[in-house]
Design a protein around this ligand. Structure first.
Ligand code: GLY
Ligand code: MN
Ligand code: MN
Length: 430
């Protein structure tokens, strides 16, 4: 069994991320001079018994190394950077034939040490040679536990470099195809419900990217008022709306995060259109507020002002909109529920460990990518709104790049106005 096999090490080209990752490591090391920075890729997680989830590397690990193989650890000490990796095993090993997690016969070919170092442009050693670092006098920080390193690793990711913007644009473009696929299959959607859209979108994500960046949210009718409805087990019912919040994660792990709310019949009822147009106006105001140097919260504040006035016009607010917008009131929040924006990148909620001063209470910089995603949600048992509104949820979400003089909408290829949505659905449904 162990003899008579050919073998061949691949000549891998340098991955486009390699030079970017090297520059990122240098910036990180400069923040912690004389220290040892440890960034693990993570390992498999059990789904049930002896079956694991598909592996997806830790974001900080991949951002600073380009590596996506499991069980690796990146160690940065000033200008000395080593990737300790778990490479493929030889055909004369037990692992090759017997190990269900790492054995090539079971799980597929892993890259060799040389293949990793050629493609990633970094020194690579076997994970078994990772030192314990005991008794060493360098301060050790592990990105999974050290708050300062976690924060800096998040903050360095706020401004996307040119290559990352390309990756995010590609994720948005594939995501648009996934939305289109779903509408093209509307007959099946009506037959099988939310599940058909989830599956259809996932097929596109796997065909052209790595995965979905987060569990798709497919909210038919009242399910749209559950912010993270990921059960996706309900029907798609004529006359109702369906909220689709879905994003493809590309092969280099950058994800889109896009929401569209569609009329199941292909045309909005007058009431649905009024509410949709209000959310669209709020989103447009939020997007228009995006520019370098403005507060991160500017998009949120602009969108909320529109929504509060719209809710006032609907007669729903107990106080005038201007009073409701006071931070001490926010009575409108019962129907808007969440902030309009978060950073977007390799994590759908990107840069999550950045300090408030540089993120939530900070200002936008060129290269930042954020979502703008206001919504209106009327729960089915909300006695403060007329019955005709109950069970309606609407969100529109786009992925916005901050440019030198304003913004660019990376997900602009999907329609946003109510009439554009209707035309788009009519065209795709034939
Ligand atoms: N898809 C989750 C979010 O929009 O934040
Ligand atoms: Mn989002
Ligand atoms: Mn979303």
């Amino acid at each position: 069994m162990r003899t008579g096999w050919g073998d061949r090490e691949l000549d891998l080209p340098r991955h486009p991320v390699a030079d970017w990752a090297a520059a990122r490591r240098t910036r990180l090391a400069q923040t912690f001079p004389g220290e040892r920075l440890v960034l693990p890729a993570g390992t498999y997680k059990v789904r049930s018994n002896d079956t694991d989830y598909r592996f997806r590397a830790d974001t900080a690990h991949t951002y600073f190394s380009g590596n996506q193989t499991s069980d690796a650890v990146l160690v940065i000490e000033d200008d000395h950077h080593v990737l300790y990796a778990r490479p493929r095993s030889d055909r004369d090993s037990d692992e090759f034939f017997r190990d269900r997690q790492y054995g090539e016969l079971w799980a597929g070919r892993r890259p060799s040490i040389k293949e990793l170092s050629d493609s990633l442009g970094i020194e690579v050693k076997h994970i078994d040679d990772l030192p314990s670092f005991d008794g060493d006098d360098r301060k050790v920080r592990d990105v999974t536990t050290d708050e300062d390193l976690g924060r800096v690793a998040s903050e360095l990711r706020l401004a996307k470099d040119e290559w990352e913007v390309g990756e995010l644009q590609e994720a948005c473009d594939i995501t648009a195809l996934g939305f289109e696929d779903s509408v093209r299959e509307w007959d099946r959607v009506l037959e099988f419900g939310e599940r058909w859209i989830e599956g259809t979108f996932f097929r596109r994500a796997r065909a052209m990217g790595n995965d979905i960046g987060y569990d798709s949210i497919v909210g038919g009718g009242k399910h749209a008022t559950t912010l993270h409805w990921i059960e996706n087990s309900g029907p798609i019912t004529p006359g109702e709306l369906v909220l689709l919040d879905m994003g493809v994660e590309g092969n280099n792990l950058y994800t889109a995060d896009v929401t569209r709310t569609l009329p199941v019949d292909g045309t909005f009822t007058p009431l649905q259109r009024d509410l949709y147009d209000l959310v669209h106006a709020a989103q447009e105001a939020g997007i228009q507020a995006v520019a370098p140097g403005v507060p991160f919260l500017a998009a949120h504040d602009a969108a909320m002002a529109v929504l509060a006035h719209g809710l006032e016009d609907l007669g729903l607010l107990p106080v005038p909109a201007e009073e409701a917008l006071d931070p001490d009131s926010k009575v409108y929040a019962r129907w808007t529920l969440h902030g309009t924006s978060h950073m977007l990148g390799m994590d759908v909620h990107d840069c999550g460990k950045a300090a408030d001063d540089s993120y939530r209470n900070g200002t936008l910089g060129e290269g930042y990518v954020l979502t703008v995603e206001p919504g209106l949600y009327f729960q089915e048992d909300d006695l403060l709104v007329p019955e005709e509104l109950r069970g309606i949820g609407i969100r529109i979400e786009d992925d916005i790049l901050v440019t030198a003089d304003g913004y660019r909408n990376l997900s602009a290829s999907l329609p946003r106005t109510s009439s554009d949505v209707e035309e788009w659905m009519a065209r795709l449904r034939g």
